[in-house]
Design a binder for this molecule. Structure first.
Ligand code: ATP
Ligand code: MG
Length: 180
């Protein structure tokens, strides 16, 4: 059961307005780690603490998580110029691309990279280029709001999270262990 299966790697997209994109990607990482697959998670746009940052350390050396980017864009007290966000997004993307083509990883997760594109911090052509450069057997997971038709067209598996209900609308704020 060790190592990576030999099949073609998939392009997986978790998108939509409902909750569950990041946690679906983390669940997939957990499952892959069970087969000793090597998983890299790069979180775009998150710089605050979330439980997974500590939890994945317990999955060493199979899972590694890097938080890059500069946090929320234009909301929740963000005062950074867009140029700073753009710079951080570009540098996170460069890291992602370099790691992806290195051949070191069985699974690469670019969490919130789609949101980074829909926020105008990265051109969509970068994502399409990333998909083209994907090593054949590696699985690539992309998450975030507003996946474009082009991206959906290139992906093998697309799940759209639909917000049927969210406690936020009842005034229940983010909960430790559930939301972060
Ligand atoms: P999670 O990280 O819980 O899997 P997500 O990745 O789908 O959620 P993001 O858009 O990355 O969602 O936003 C993360 C935060 O926003 C989480 O705290 C989540 O609970 C919250 N959130 C997600 N969807 C909604 C929604 N429809 N209404 C309000 N808050 C939401
Ligand atoms: Mg998320």
């Amino acid at each position: 059961m060790e190592g990576k299966h030999q099949e073609k790697g998939l392009i997986i997209v978790y998108t939509g307005e409902g909750k569950g994109k990041t946690t679906a990607a983390l669940g997939l990482a957990l499952r892959a780690a069970g087969y000793k697959q090597k998983v890299l998670i790069i979180q775009f746009g998150k710089i605050w603490f979330s439980g997974e940052v500590v939890a994945v350390k317990k999955l060493k050396p199979f899972v590694e998580l890097r938080q890059e980017g500069k946090g929320f864009v234009g909301i929740l007290g963000d005062r950074q110029p867009k140029s700073e966000h753009r710079k951080a997004a570009r540098s996170a993307f460069a890291d992602l691309e370099k790691e992806m083509v290195s051949g070191k990883w069985d699974v690469v997760i670019a969490d919130e990279v789609i949101g980074t594109v829909s926020a105008g911090l990265l051109p969509e052509s970068f994502l399409l280029r990333l998909i083209t450069a994907k090593p054949a057997k590696m699985d690539l997971v992309l998450t975030g709001h507003h996946a474009s038709a082009k991206l959906i067209n290139k992906a093998d598996l697309v799940t759209e999270m639909l917000p049927v209900k969210h406690p936020f609308t009842k005034g229940i704020l983010a909960k430790r262990g559930i939301d972060y």
